[in-house]
Design a protein around this ligand. Structure first.
Ligand SMILES: Cc1cc2nc3c(=O)[nH]c(=O)nc-3n(C[C@H](O)[C@H](O)[C@H](O)COP(=O)(O)OP(=O)(O)OC[C@H]3O[C@@H](n4cnc5c(N)ncnc54)[C@H](O)[C@@H]3O)c2cc1C
Length: 463
């Protein structure tokens, strides 16, 4: 073991090999505190060459590697197992911005750059990098790509898969895939970078990426609107798209129980409570006052009953803060069985009705909190109080999941639209994903990582 630590230190420098419990602890527990692991060491390389050298060393000694970004995925995806034999490879020192090509609207960054730092670099070049998540100060581009992250503006700009033009990846045998292209159109064979997006570090280690940039919108109009049903909410989504096209950037919904919880813990901040609340945002080039005026006129034509339109940047931020506080506010009420599901937005209302009925039939009185990015069909669907004291909540987890995921499958949805699959949802993926797709995924794993050393124990070893 000492020899291994010595070799690791030769590659990255002794101060970047952590072995003491106090130093490694933050890397060994996932964000929710649900998974706890051990490791032989945490190493933090500073370059692609160092990553490749580490991977070659591990391949020769048959040591498994767990790549870790900001450790904000909430399904144990970046947590090592409890053997104490796996190596955690932190990308935190690889934060460089390699290039900004304003004429091509693209940016090339190292995988350990935080999402917030990439947004800032883009803004400083008068461009927008549109991925936006509540965890953006901590999560990293490599983690965002590996989980195909989405967020608040997917409706307009797409997920990481759509935002990625090129990748640099260290493969399980130490070879480097050089695919850092800035091309938007390339018909020369298979687009192999796609394999690593959403792979959660099980096929290779992403070391850099070329990402799309967009013109920086200087106008926005933001409104908090009350509607009487999920059906009406989805009708509004279609109508807003029709009226404002691509300017519709975000379309979030919160159910009444979510609003009541926000009101309980943050009294006075909520404009009103409605059966469903919508948080919508338009963005464009030009003048915010003019865009706000257009939205106000349009809302008046729709005979909106309850609604407020932000009149200043401070008011806009207050509305967004309500949405962003939702997860933390729910935490104050204790644990819940969480799902980050996705269904086609046209099926949202039917899914919510059918799933709610099925859960209430099995667990009368259970509390269901629904909120999220309805514009792209991605909902947080959190269930609690399946028992009177809620203490044994997780005894019901498998039964609750089966009900929710059956309904998701029925409505053509996905059981992982946001937080990845990790070690939490592998068995469920095996149950619901198309068997041919699963078999192709297993073949890819075998082809790219025959020794099974890339983040083992996660979903690719459970399907
Ligand atoms: C408060 C909060 C809000 C969130 N909101 C959203 C949201 O709106 N939308 C959304 O999509 N997600 C959201 N998430 C989930 C999470 O932030 C994302 O999944 C994020 O993309 C994870 O990035 P990370 O750097 O933290 O990755 P980690 O958690 O460190 O890792 C995630 C997976 O990627 C792998 N990995 C990490 N870096 C690399 C690399 N360089 N190469 C190969 N594999 C790698 C890991 O091994 C692991 O399997 C939220 C999380 C929190 C805590």
């Amino acid at each position: 073991m000492n020899d291994l630590i010595h070799r690791l230190a030769e590659i990255v420098g002794p101060t970047h090999v952590l072995t003491q419990d106090g130093d490694t602890a933050p890397y060994l527990t996932d964000w929710r505190g649900r998974y706890h692991g051990r490791c032989v060491a945490v190493v933090a390389p500073a370059s692609t060459a160092e990553v490749a050298a580490l991977v070659r060393l591990c391949a020769a000694r048959h040591i498994a590697i767990v790549p870790q970004g900001g450790n904000t995925s909430t399904c144990g995806a970046a947590t090592p197992d409890t053997s104490g034999l796996q190596l955690v490879l932190s990308l935190a020192r690889m934060q460089g911005i390699r290039d900004i090509d304003c004429a091509n609207n693209s940016i090339t960054v190292e995988a350990g750059a935080t999402l917030a730092s990439v947004q800032t670099a883009a803004r400083e070049a008068s461009r927008l990098f549109p991925l936006s998540l509540a965890s953006e100060g901590s999560c990293q581009i490599g983690g965002n790509l590996s989980t195909n992250a989405g967020g608040l503006a997917v409706l307009r700009y797409g997920t990481m898969r759509e935002l990625c033009l090129g990748l640099e990846v260290v493969l399980a045998d130490g070879r480097v895939l050089h695919a850092l292209s800035g091309l938007r159109k390339d018909s020369s064979g298979l687009d192999v970078k796609q394999l690593f997006i959403g792979a959660e570090g099980q096929l290779g280690i992403i070391t850099a990426a070329t990402l799309k940039l967009f013109p920086l919108p200087d106008a926005s109009a933001t409104a908090w609107i009350g509607v009487d049903s999920a059906d009406t909410a989805i009708h509004w989504l279609g109508a807003l798209r029709q009226a404002f096209g691509d300017r519709l950037t975000s379309f979030e919904i919160l159910s009444e129980p979510c609003q009541r919880l926000l009101d309980k813990h943050q009294a006075g901040r909520l404009p009103f409570i409605a059966p469903w609340a919508l948080l919508i945002e338009l963005s464009d080039a030009g003048d915010s006052a003019e865009l706000g005026e257009r939205l106000t006129m349009w809302l008046a034509e729709q005979q909106m009953v309850d609604g407020v339109i932000a009149q200043s940047e401070a008011e806009r931020l207050k509305l967004w803060q309500l949405r962003e506080d939702m997860s933390e506010t729910q935490k104050k009420e204790g644990a819940s069985i969480k799902h980050d599901i996705g269904v086609p937005s046209s099926a949202i209302a039917a899914f919510i009705a059918a799933c709610g009925d099925a859960l209430q039939a099995a667990f009368p009185g259970c509390r269901i909190m629904v909120f999220g990015h309805a514009g792209d069909g991605n909902l947080h669907y959190n269930v609690s109080h399946t028992r009177t004291d809620n203490a044994a909540l997780f005894d019901d987890e498998a039964a609750v999941n089966a009900i929710v995921y059956d309904q998701v499958a029925h409505y053509g949805g996905t059981l992982a639209a946001e937080h990845g699959v990790g070690q939490l949802k592998g068995a469920w993926l095996a149950r619901y994903k198309d068997p041919v797709a699963l078999s192709i995924m297993r073949s890819m794993k075998q082809a790219l990582d025959p020794q099974g050393l890339m983040n083992p124990g996660k979903w690719l070893s459970q399907i």
